[in-house]
Design a binder for this molecule. Structure first.
Ligand code: FEO
Length: 399
């Protein structure tokens, strides 16, 4: 059965949500599911903006047919070729063989590279090109590396709708609620939105900044992303988040303690540090077990907080492997501008703190506090003063 939503005059959402996929990109857990958004404009010409993932293809095709209501499909704008959006291109062409594809030159290459059979007309567009579909005129704005090189966004100058591709997307199935004002975004969605942004697009902050600069010149009334809610009011809230995330600025002054503990001793010391921080007035403290928390959540929280404490054991004379994985992800995603405090543990040759410090030295604009804690198997009374000095040093660095 078709299931569509009206987005604007002449514009309909024809996507679908998947609750069954466990891992987005086969990496990131999505316990709340994910939506794949697609939109149809009914003008003198009919226009589809992107397709969907294979998992919701059948639903999508029913939706397309229902909205077209006997009309044919004239154009298919492909803003992004990643298969979670482009998987159904061939299925659309099979049903509407005269459809013309509009995309960037790079996207045309990718479409063929993925093996999609496209025999009809492909109109390649570049930055600033325009197209009229009748009443609606659109302009194509390239957005390379947000999140792939072929990406563009499409702005409808007639109604102010921005088809933003992956930008402004989020994990989470829609469950009938399409618009941002139909959900409590700050309560229920922001954590998944941050986790989506930081893990999927986080590496490309400068490219997102470039897109935000271009978007700033447009009179945007609605944002139609490829995942998650459509934004029809309070756009500034989400634009501000994107601006902050893409500049790698923390959202909150606070301390995230990430610990790797084999038998509970490092965890115990980390808890002692957290307690000291709270007693000294820094109440915005969160703790994560690096072995128990999927790294996508750790990355998301790392983008949120200003200060990090990394506490872990030495393992095979190296950094504890789950901590190293987290650090490598952090580096791959280009995270910057954070302050770190380090705590190492070891029973005969503790050196994870030294190694973590060296790792962080290789990253951009990371500050590592001089004061470090080195534990021998477990925290003792004689470590209390060092721990006090470390919490003082963290609090001092926040001023
Ligand atoms: Fe949602 Fe880059 O694809």
């Amino acid at each position: 059965m078709y299931c569509v939503r009206k987005v604007d005059k002449d514009l309909y959402w024809v996507g679908g949500s998947d609750h069954r996929l466990a891992l987005f990109e086969n990496i990131h857990p999505i316990p709340r599911g994910v939506s794949y958004n697609s939109y149809i404009l009914l003008d003198e010409k009919t226009v589809l903006f992107d397709t969907v993932d294979w998992s919701v293809c059948r639903q999508f095709l029913e939706n397309v047919k229902a909205v077209l209501h006997g009309r044919t499909l004239d154009y298919m704008v492909i803003n992004h070729v990643e298969p979670d959006h482009a998987a159904c291109i061939e299925e659309v062409i099979l049903r509407y063989p005269n459809v013309k594809i509009i995309c960037t030159k790079k996207a045309a290459v990718f479409i063929r590279q993925f093996g999609f059979s496209v025999d009809g007309e492909v109109i390649e567009v570049k930055e600033g090109d325009t197209k009229s579909f009748g009443k609606h005129n659109v302009v194509f704005v390239t957005a390379p590396m947000v999140h792939w090189p072929e990406v563009m966004v499409t702005y409808d100058t007639t109604n102010g709708v921005l088809f933003s591709a992956d930008a402004f997307g989020t994990f989470g199935a829609l469950d009938g609620k399409l618009f941002n004002d139909e959900v409590d975004f700050e309560r229920d969605w922001i954590d998944d939105a941050r986790r989506y942004y930081t893990n999927i697009v986080g590496k490309y902050g400068p490219n997102v900044q470039a897109l935000l600069k271009k978007a700033g010149k447009l009179d945007i009334k609605k944002i139609c992303p490829l995942h998650g809610p459509v934004w029809r009011n309070n756009l500034g809230y989400f634009l501000e988040k994107y601006d902050k995330w893409s500049r790698y600025e923390p959202e909150e002054k606070g301390v995230m303690i990430v610990y790797g503990s084999m038998y509970g001793n490092t965890e115990s010391a980390a808890t002692r540090l957290a307690t000291g921080l709270v007693e000294k007035g820094m109440k915005n403290v969160v703790m994560y077990d690096v072995s128990q928390t999927h790294v996508s959540y750790l990355i998301s929280e790392t983008f949120k907080y200003s200060h990090l404490v990394l506490a872990c054991v030495t393992y095979n004379m190296k950094i504890y492997p789950p901590m190293l994985d987290y650090l490598m992800d952090m580096k791959a995603l280009n995270l910057q501008k954070r302050t770190f405090a380090l705590m190492e543990n070891g029973s005969w040759a503790p050196q994870s703190g030294k190694l973590m410090g060296e790792f962080l030295d290789g990253m951009k604009e990371m500050t590592v506090l001089d004061k470090k804690i080195s534990l021998s198997s477990s925290m003792k009374k004689y470590d209390i003063s060092s721990m006090e000095e470390l919490s003082d040093s963290i609090i001092q660095s926040m001023k």
